[in-house]
Every structure is written in structure tokens, then in C-alpha cells.
Design a protein. Structure first.
Length: 257
């Protein structure tokens, strides 16, 4: 049984004080249920204020949007795994398409980041996804599976038990044009069968695969009630309490069905 996971990727939005008041609003709006795990991934500068606003017993987790693969040292402007752990993070997003395309992250860097997350007891959320050109050229599966195998190279089944994959077609991120449920399911199934082949069936069945890319209150239920879609990585729609709450509620319906 895979627990559904909804992650809000705030990207470069909200100051520390805006984040704290947003979280207070969220706590009174968000429907909570033991069947759906919710994680907030604010900017680094708001991690502390979000953690404080969530309080010690909150059921919402804290995630970061990136990390460096080294533990410490002369890496100006970077943030390491131990720093994130110390701030209460339990998750970290790795290899988001904006990191790949705008900041030049390559599969080899992303692999080191996945390993660094695991070494610091952080659950990596490995993002993968094809560009529009790649989809139109019929290369979706090859691209996504290439990113998955490069990102997870040399990991054991025990490592994979704490990894989450987010399938995020680049053409769907921030465009208002989500993948159809059928398109998302097809890629999720391809990822799961790649894990079954490369590791084993039990590992594949335990792996959570999220969908991300223009998830909205309107399309969330159709996507999230699919058995192959284990949750969502939400960008734009996580910045408003009502839309994030509606998406979370749609995820809760999955288990009721
Ligand atoms: C994202 O950037 O991870 C994302 C899914 O963004 P959006 O929901 O805005 O498409």
C-alpha cells in the first residue's frame, strides 16, 4: 500500500513572514487525513518560519527544493543535506526541470544529489520529464527512463524504499496544460516496470510516483484517483490555500473509493 503524497513546491515565492501567515491559514483550511501525506517545500529562507508555524505535532512535512551533494565547504550560495536536516526537513526535491534547464543540472549532478539526500536521511523526490520536442519525436519513454536510471544508479532496494519519483513533463509545468490522465498513467507504468526490471517487483510496487505539471483543483481528481498515480507535485496551485486544499481533498477521495 502506497500512501498518497501531495507536495507543494513554492518555488521562489513568499518571504519568511508571508510564509508563516500562509501556513497558519493553511492549517485552518487544509483537510487532514491519515491516508494522505502533505509536504510543503518553501524556499530555503522560509524553512525555519514554516517549521515554526507548523508546530511540533503537525501532520504536514517540510521539504527543500534543492541541495548540494557535498556536506560542507567552499560552495558559495549552496545549501547542504545536514543544513536541511537541522532545519527539520524530511524531503528534498532533486532534479526539478527548472534546475535542469535554467541552472544546467545534469543527470550526473542529480545522481550525486540523490545520494547526498539519502546519506542525510532526507527523502529525495527525483523529478523527471520530457520536453515537448522530445514527446513529439516519440522519445518520451526513452528520456524519462534515461533520467530515472541515471538518477537512481547504484541505489539498493532499501534506498529506493525512501525515494519518490515525480513525473513532470516539462511542457506541462506552469503552462496550464497538464498531461491527460492517460498520458500520465502510461509514463508512470513505464517507470514502474523499469524499476521492476532493474531492481525487483516488490521494490517497484512500493515506489511512489507522483505526477506534476499544471495540477489544478479541476484536474486533480481525475489524475489522483488513478491507482498508478501516487500523488502530486503541485507548483502554482499550492500558493493559494483554497486550491491546495481542494487538491488535497481530491487525493483523499482516492482511498475512499
Ligand atoms: C512544478 O514546478 O513542480 C510544477 C508542477 O509546477 P506547476 O504546478 O505550476 O505546473
Amino acid at each position: 500500500m502506497r500512501t498518497t503524497l501531495i507536495v507543494g513546491n513554492w518555488k521562489m515565492n513568499k518571504t519568511a513572514s508571508e510564509a508563516a501567515s500562509f501556513v497558519r491559514e493553511l492549517l485552518s483550511t487544509l483537510p487532514m487525513s491519515p491516508t494522505v501525506e502533505v509536504v510543503l517545500a518553501p524556499p530555503f529562507t522560509a524553512l525555519e518560519s514554516v517549521r515554526t508555524a507548523l508546530g511540533p505535532s503537525s501532520r504536514m512535512g517540510l521539504g527543500a527544493q534543492n541541495l548540494h551533494w557535498e556536506q560542507q565547504g567552499a560552495f558559495t550560495g549552496e545549501i547542504s543535506g545536514p543544513m536541511l536536516r537541522n532545519l527539520g526537513c524530511t524531503y528534498v526535491i532533486v532534479g526539478h526541470s527548472e534546475r535542469r534547464t535554467l541552472f544546467g543540472e545534469r543527470d550526473a549532478d542529480i545522481h550525486k544529489k540523490v545520494r547526498a539526500a539519502l546519506a542525510n536521511q532526507l527523502r529525495p523526490i527525483l523529478c523527471v520529464g520530457e520536453s515537448l520536442g522530445e514527446r513529439e519525436a516519440g522519445r518520451t519513454e526513452a528520456i524519462v527512463i534515461g533520467q530515472v536510471t541515471a538518477g537512481l544508479a547504484d541505489l539498493t532496494s532499501q534506498d529506493l524504499a525512501i525515494v519518490t519519483i515525480a513525473y513532470e513533463p516539462v511542457w506541462a509545468i506552469g503552462t496550464g496544460r497538464a498531461a491527460t490522465t492517460e498520458q500520465a498513467v502510461a509514463v508512470h507504468q513505464a517507470i514502474r516496470s523499469c524499476i521492476a526490471t532493474g531492481w525487483n517487483k516488490k521494490t517497484a510496487e512500493g515506489l511512489r510516483i507522483l505526477y506534476g505539471g499544471s495540477v489544478t483543483p479541476q484536474n486533480a481528481e481525475s489524475l489522483l484517483t488513478e491507482s498508478d498515480i501516487d500523488g502530486a507535485l503541485v507548483g502554482g496551485a499550492c500558493l493559494k490555500t483554497e486550491s491546495f486544499a481542494t487538491i488535497t481533498l481530491a487525493a483523499q477521495k482516492k482511498r475512499i473509493r
